[in-house]
Design a protein around this ligand. Structure first.
Ligand SMILES: Cc1ncc(COP(=O)(O)O)c(C=O)c1O
Length: 400
């Protein structure tokens, strides 16, 4: 998977990079970041403080107040600055949270993280500081149209045994673009409370920002839910800013981990976004630019799939309800997705084979070895060419 990182960073000539999770460069949004930089430079000693003063390990207090006020205004949640901690990106937030809530405990006990819907975010896979860290559950598959499907939480298969320390879902889900329904999340929340373990909801693509959602969503938070945000998919992945919203006891633990591991986090993302939260401008950035941009991309990608794929093949596209990806299932394809990946790489197209997302579930691994994740964040020509080549290789594979 080194291929993915190198392809984007080095801009490998002729590579159609449909594999990575980098957000798109949206010109209107980039113009806002440039404007914000000028404002920071022009605002008294703002720039000097941003560059020369450590934030506290918990994060910038003005940012936490602005974030809490935004969540209060948007959803009426009873959230204060004491419910918010900053990490160096969402990825680091999960490393901290997983190893705080699961793994080996001082008394000798061991707990695992339960992933109720697998395939789930590839970035969790190796984060546990210990073996056998995750337990995953394969969801039900609902066929919604001839070439379309949607995952549904398999509550019958979901057992929160004593060795489970936390539940975790991404919503929207990376890789599938699924958005768990409110009822599904409320049900998971109820089960987690009953078992007295937290429910982690990874909101990297969710509401109120970055709002990469193509369906209505009702966000949910309470003191048993740990909600994570990131500035990455809003367009600031380079600032490495993750935000955890959780009960104060969790926030205190994260603050200690920040202090021990990194002393403090980067200041720039928070400085860029604080006034946008305070003024409410972040709403229009999402509604006028980020969401419509990705929605158009998702529609185009689905249209190209329908156009280039042979309708006679047993292929299925997961409902595209959010995030930057299409998740494709080639049922009964004679080769694995890993082999398809190699063939596509030889033709200059990078995707991610599905088995990497099958964390903690052998059943999901069998299913996901027939699936791939394709990002539609790149420019239209790259995505269309990539899909055309993919359709060609898949047709050849089915013919074997
Ligand atoms: C579901 C999900 N969670 C977390 C992350 C981590 O993002 P970052 O560390 O850039 O905030 C990503 C990145 O792609 C993601 O897709």
């Amino acid at each position: 998977m080194d291929d993915l990182g190198h392809a984007l960073a080095e801009g490998g000539a002729g590579i159609r990079m449909l594999g990575g999770g980098n957000p798109a460069l949206i010109p209107e949004v980039n113009a806002i970041w440039r404007r914000r930089m000028h404002e920071i430079l022009d605002e008294g000693d703002r720039f000097d403080r941003m560059m020369t003063v450590y934030d506290p390990p918990k994060g910038n207090h003005r940012f936490a107040l602005a974030m809490a006020a935004h969540l209060q205004r948007e959803y009426g949640w009873d959230v204060g600055a004491n419910h918010i901690a900053i990490t160096s990106g969402g990825q680091a937030a999960f490393f901290y949270l997983f190893n705080l809530l699961a793994g080996e405990f001082a008394g000798g006990g061991r707990k695992r993280v339960l992933l109720p819907v697998v395939p789930e975010y590839i970035g969790y896979a190796n984060q546990g500081l210990g073996p056998d860290f995750f337990s995953g559950v394969m969801p039900g598959i609902e066929h919604t149209a001839p070439h379309a499907f949607k995952y549904r939480v398999n509550f019958d298969g979901l057992k929160i045994t004593d060795d489970i320390g936390a539940l975790c879902v991404s919503r929207p889900t990376n890789p599938s673009g699924n958005v768990l329904t409110y009822d599904e999340v409320a049900h998971l929340d109820g089960l987690a409370r009953e078992a007295e373990v937290p429910l982690l909801i990874d909101n990297a693509y969710g509401a109120p920002f970055p709002g990469i959602l193509f369906t209505k969503i009702q966000p949910i938070w309470n003191e048993n839910i740990i909600l994570t945000f990131s500035l990455s998919k809003l367009g600031l992945p380079g600032t490495r800013t993750g935000i955890i919203v959780a009960r104060p006891e969790i926030i205190r633990a994260i603050t200690s981990m920040n202090a021990i591991i990194g002393l403090a986090n980067g200041t720039i993302g928070q400085a860029m976004v604080t006034p946008l939260l305070e003024s409410g401008e972040i709403r229009s950035i999402v509604a006028d630019h980020v969401r419509p941009f990705y929605e158009r991309k998702a529609i185009n990608a689905r249209r190209w799939i329908a156009q280039y794929f042979d309708a006679g093949l047993d292929y299925h596209v997961h409902a595209s309800e959010g995030a930057l990806f299409l998740w494709l299932w080639f049922r009964g394809m004679p080769i694995t997705a890993a082999e398809l990946y190699e063939r596509l790489k030889n033709r200059g197209v990078l995707i991610v084979p599905g088995h990497y997302f099958a964390i903690g579930s052998a059943e999901a691994e069998r299913h996901a070895s027939e699936c791939i994740r394709l990002s539609f964040a790149m420019d239209d020509a790259t995505v269309e060419e990539g899909i055309a080549i993919l359709a060609d290789e898949v047709a050849k594979a089915y013919a074997e």
